[in-house]
Design a binder for this molecule. Structure first.
Ligand SMILES: *Cc1c(COP(=O)(O)O)cnc(C)c1O
Length: 354
């Protein structure tokens, strides 16, 4: 607190990112990073971009990257917006598209950055409870709304809506912006990108941080109708014209071009997720059906906070969210096979089945 602060700052409630501690031999399953890292081709492109040209500003429009993403997703470059991580893309979407007279709707259990942006940008919002199975029911969004944002698959539950369900939601809300945050879509979800052609109110946001192992590079993007993209560009160019440096643009392009590495990585995560789920069920956990690179699981008779602390003592980090409907659960990222073995043996010890 300081008298030098702008009044706005007093009222902010900043997002708390998962910790990045230095613990020897740590099994880090708390921030949904990729266990495999980036494509070797992306790393080579990043190194190659670290040259004398760094003297010059990067392309403010990141046209080469937008062309690569457009070709990959079957849209035009004018339908693609890129930013410094999808968090920045989302921030611009909140400012550019989601502030209206009627409230913004999003699920009560969802990405905890959404209420943070609402405060920062002064956006009135209403949270819509997940159903009894902790899934999103699109029918619950039939209420006055200025805009809607949902992660699909949802975070931190991992539960996905089908593309048909998203199409149903769009059919019911043709006159307001709908943003689908697809940070985890590559692990078993169905992207809404094919719906963009028929829905000028749909913005789909994706990231290179999870399925492409590039959380440290900070590249995210949005795809939608050109008018929505134009709104994002107007906000971006009122904030930071150069959100992506030269190495980030080069590395992101090379990552998209390495389809074989991408496919192998996501297939491995999905296979390990299924084995991890099986192992958790054998230890008495209830595991929500996940289409993401993490699972949301609880063990009756054990509090989430206590389990998290006991795992931490064994150098296994998972994420816990306080709150009435989430406090029992652990959100556990899918790691490598040996990391999952460490997780399961630590949990066996803790719940007394070891
Ligand atoms: C991780 C995540 C993001 C943001 O990722 P970036 O690293 O900023 O691209 C956005 N939405 C959800 C739901 C996430 O879990």
């Amino acid at each position: 607190m300081s008298r030098f602060w702008s009044p706005l700052v007093h009222d902010l409630k900043p997002y708390v990112p998962g910790e990045q501690p230095r613990i020897e031999g740590l099994v880090k399953l708390n921030t949904n990073e990729s266990p495999f890292g980036p494509s070797p081709r992306a790393m080579a492109a990043i190194s190659a971009a670290a040259n004398e040209a760094l003297r010059l500003y990067p392309d403010p429009q990141a046209l080469a990257l937008r062309e690569t993403l457009a070709a990959y997703h079957g849209v035009s470059p004018a339908q693609v917006f890129v930013g410094n991580g999808s968090d920045e893309v989302l921030a611009h979407a909140f400012a550019a598209l989601l502030k209206h007279e009627a409230p913004l709707l999003f699920p009560d259990i969802s990405y905890s950055f959404y209420p943070v942006y609402c405060r920062l940008f002064g956006i009135e919002h209403v949270t819509v409870p997940l159903d009894a199975t902790l899934a999103i029911d699109p029918a619950d969004y039939r209420r006055p709304a200025g805009a809607i944002i949902l992660p699909n698959p949802n975070a931190p539950t991992g539960v996905a809506l089908s593309r048909a369900q998203i199409a149903g939601l769009l059919a019911e809300h043709p006159d307001i912006p709908v943003v689908i945050d697809e940070a985890y879509v590559d692990f078993g979800g169905e992207s809404a990108i094919p719906l963009i052609a028929d829905h000028p109110n749909l913005l789909v946001v994706q990231t290179m941080s999870k399925s492409r192992g590039l959380a440290g590079l900070r590249v995210g993007y949005a795809i939608g109708d050109v008018a929505l993209i134009e709104a994002l560009v107007r906000v971006k160019d009122s904030f930071n014209s150069y959100p992506l440096g030269r190495p980030a643009q080069a590395g992101a392009i090379a990552s998209v071009e390495d389809e074989a590495f991408f496919q192998a990585g996501r297939a491995a995560v999905i296979a390990t997720r299924e084995r991890m789920t099986q192992g958790l069920v054998e230890l008495g956990f209830e595991v929500l059906p996940s289409a993401a690179n993490f699972v949301f699981a609880r063990r009756p008779g054990h509090e989430g906070a206590a389990l998290t602390a006991a795992l931490r003592e064994r150098a296994v980090l998972v994420r816990h969210f306080a709150g009435p409907r989430t406090a029992d659960y652990l959100r556990i990222s899918v790691g490598t096979e040996p990391q999952v073995d460490r997780l399961l043996s630590a949990l066996a010890e803790i719940v007394g089945e070891g």
